[in-house]
Design a protein around this ligand. Structure first.
Ligand SMILES: *[C@@H]1O[C@H](CO)[C@@H](O)[C@H](O)[C@H]1NC(C)=O
Ligand SMILES: *[C@@H]1O[C@H](CO)[C@@H](O)[C@H](O)[C@H]1NC(C)=O
Length: 145
């Protein structure tokens, strides 16, 4: 279990808008076509300053035209113990307003070679003022080590 911190506010955001949506739809708080690039902390608890287990590097894009549904593509680069230097790649659809979302693990490296798996996401905290979000990631991966 990991916590993923998407920080969009303040002087040191870890997630930045690189493509702005040309479409205004006030009923969706992320406009269709928007792209965010991120290098988010993966920590052991919901506290962003808790132990750093790795980094989530990738992007998300709002791909729903009339619903909140992101395309997410990201690599988890692990930094801890026997996982240090190994990666998993998560690519999938993330309807962020659903209580639980499931995304496939599409690739792996290092200690996870030949592994298969999926991740389950649950929003841990979403700050309506800053739009910063913390998401709990439960990572299920079957590997041979
Ligand atoms: C905006 O989103 C709503 C649903 O959330 C949808 O009914 C409407 O068609 C959308 N408008 C545009 C211009 O895409
Ligand atoms: C992880 O690996 C890097 C590069 O090999 C090394 O510099 C670092 O100290 C390692 N970190 C841990 C926690 O083992």
């Amino acid at each position: 279990k990991l916590f993923w911190h998407n920080i969009v506010s303040g002087k040191n955001p870890s997630s930045i808008e690189v493509i702005r949506s040309p479409i205004k739809n006030s009923s969706l708080f992320l406009g269709f076509g928007l792209v965010h690039m991120f290098g988010n902390r993966l920590t052991i608890s919901g506290d962003i300053n808790s132990r750093l287990l790795g980094r989530a590097q990738g992007f998300y894009s709002q791909t729903g035209q009339d619903e909140m549904a992101l395309l997410m593509a990201q690599n988890f680069a692990f930094l801890e113990g026997k996982y240090n230097g190994s990666t998993i790649t998560v690519l999938g659809r993330n309807p962020i307003l659903n209580a639980i979302r499931e995304l496939p693990i599409v690739g792996v490296s290092g200690i996870f070679r030949f592994a298969r798996g999926y991740v389950q996401l649950r929003t841990h905290n979403f700050d309506l003022n800053t739009l910063d979000a913390t998401v709990e990631y439960k990572v299920y991966v079957l590997h041979y080590d």
